[in-house]
Design a protein around this ligand. Structure first.
Ligand code: NAD
Length: 480
């Protein structure tokens, strides 16, 4: 690994950096396809050791003063901000996103540590009179216990801190298993938390490129009481079945098929600005990315033409190079999946007015692509694209757009652009999603509840709600 990176490459178990029982695996630079680091490959005994360490550390961490947990998280926030430039570079290197996107992610990710350092001291309970008047109802909150945190590659820092922040604030010890494509960022985060004073065993990190067996092994261990997963709906469903056997409390942040609705009365300049963020942030590899643009017929052509101009002007290249606006996709499989969805959609009648084919050369690049005349039942309209492809579908009315938006089994995010606020709010209310951007192309905010409905997930991360996912309620019926 290059000196410039200096990320840990071993497992963190019980406060010690240790080798994996199954050797190592390579982490690739997606802009070249070449290896940039060899990272420890954990086996089942490593996962057991991580759970042993987390279980041993759990009681003292749960009993630590909330202010102590808060101060450690706040210190971790400060350290992360100090190291923001190096972390951003590392993320662009292992994940491929532009430096601009990486810098924004580091700040966003760090904010979860600060927000939950503030929430750690605000966990409450309640005391009220039973309606019968015969007893008091007292509730208090306790940490869920050892939490297994599984994160995806697309936001390697933020998806980890969005779980670590509330889990640690609540008093849970954790085993974090990051995605195989981007383990280095998670390992740097673990080092930051260690430097901030997290006691040995409270944060453990286990890496592998064969996640199935060790995750199933962990979910078979009675000491794991909480699962928090961010990733695909397909894997989420597998994990929920595994969690069911031992009734493990599960939070799921899964995929999306997000509609970006543009009404004919919208401020088109603002809608295009929002579309660029909603579609092109992270190269379209975001669960909240606009997947389908549902544009009211009178403005559909103009919107498509102007969006193609904006997307076509983006500079594609390695994420680590200053000035790059669209980096490579994470790996060959993802890139080929995008290409396949586009070619199936074109075969079904969609017309590419920008991009639409994989460029020659090294790296996992897919170009900015705009599709017009998109059939409502084709691949790009019905499946999560996870890439820089904008399908545009003309709609006849709000009812038409809402029915089409809600026809998906997914329900993560929606976007609505209109100058008529009442109309916009009416559409927001009728969308079957967990989050809506109203005249705004970005919904993610550490202080807001993030999550989806239908096949997009269970539970919420961030905001006041996020810490509740790591707390259990005990109720006492008291008479005095
Ligand atoms: P993925 O489901 O392939 O992987 C996610 C995590 O699960 C990784 O850590 C991976 O190692 C692990 N994993 C994979 N197969 C597993 C198995 N059989 N058993 C146990 N663990 C397994 O998803 P991905 O490709 O890394 O991420 C992209 C997906 O994540 C997209 O669908 C995207 O929408 C979703 N996502 C959702 C959110 C959200 O907050 N809702 C945020 C980011 C990404």
């Amino acid at each position: 690994m290059s000196e410039a990176i200096q990320a840990p490459t071993r497992l963190l178990i019980g406060g010690k950096w240790v080798d994996g029982k199954e050797g190592t695996f390579d982490v690739l630079d997606p802009s070249t396809g070449s290896a940039i680091a060899s990272v420890a490959r954990a086996g089942l005994p490593d996962m057991t050791a991580a759970i042993d360490a987390a279980a041993a550390a759990q009681p003292a961490w749960a009993a630590a003063a909330p202010r102590e947990r808060s101060a450690i998280l706040r210190k971790a926030f400060d350290l992360m901000i100090d190291q923001a430039a190096d972390m951003a570079y590392l993320m662009s290197l292992e994940m491929g996103k532009s430096l601009e996107d990486s810098k924004a992610e580091v700040l966003y990710a760090a904010e979860f540590l600060r927000w939950y350092s503030e929430e750690a001291v605000r966990v409450g309970g309640e005391l009220r009179m039973s309606p019968t008047g015969q007893n008091r109802i007292i509730t208090f909150k306790k940490p869920s216990g050892v939490a297994l945190l599984l994160t995806p590659w697309n936001f390697p820092a933020a998806m980890a801190t969005r779980k670590l922040g509330p889990a640690l604030a609540a008093g849970c010890s954790v085993v974090l298993k990051p995605a195989e494509d981007t383990p280095l960022t998670a390992l740097v985060l673990a080092r930051i938390l260690t430097e901030a004073g997290v006691p040995d065993g409270v944060v453990n990190v286990v890496t592998t490129e064969q996640p199935g067996p060790i995750v199933e092994h962990a979910l078979g261990d009675d000491r794991v009481r909480k699962l928090s997963f961010t990733g695909s709906t397909r894997v989420g469903a597998i994990l929920l079945k595994q969690a069911a056997d031992r009734i493990v409390d599960s939070s799921m942040e899964l995929g999306g098929n997000n509609a970006f609705i543009v009404c004919a009365d919208a401020d088109l300049d603002a809608a295009l600005d929002g579309a660029m963020v909603a579609k092109m942030r992270n190269g379209g590899q975001a669960c909240t990315a606009a997947n389908r643009f549902l544009v009211e017929e009178p403005v559909a052509e103009e919107f498509a033409r102007r969006l193609a101009e904006r997307m076509g002007a983006l500079k594609m290249g390695p994420g680590t190079v200053e000035g790059t606006q669209l980096g490579p996709m994470i790996n060959a499989r993802q890139r080929d999946g995008i290409a396949d969805k586009v070619s199936r959609s074109v075969a079904a009648g969609a017309r590419a007015i920008l991009g639409g084919s994989v460029p020659d050369g090294a790296g996992f690049y897919y170009p900015a692509t705009v599709l017009l005349d998109v059939p409502r039942d084709c691949a790009v309209a019905t499946e999560e694209i996870f890439g820089p492809v904008a399908p545009i579908i003309a709609t006849s009315s709000d009812d038409d757009a809402i029915a089409l938006a809600n026809s998906s089994t997914m329900g993560l995010t929606g976007f609505v652009y209109t100058r008529d606020l009442a109309r916009g709010l009416r559409i927001c209310e009728r969308l079957e999603v967990g989050m809506v951007g109203l005249n705004r192309g970005l919904v993610s905010d550490p202080a807001a509840p993030f999550g989806g409905v239908k096949h997009s997930g269970l539970g919420r991360e961030g905001g006041f709600e996020g810490i509740e996912e790591y707390l259990e309620t005990t109720y006492v019926a008291g008479t005095w």
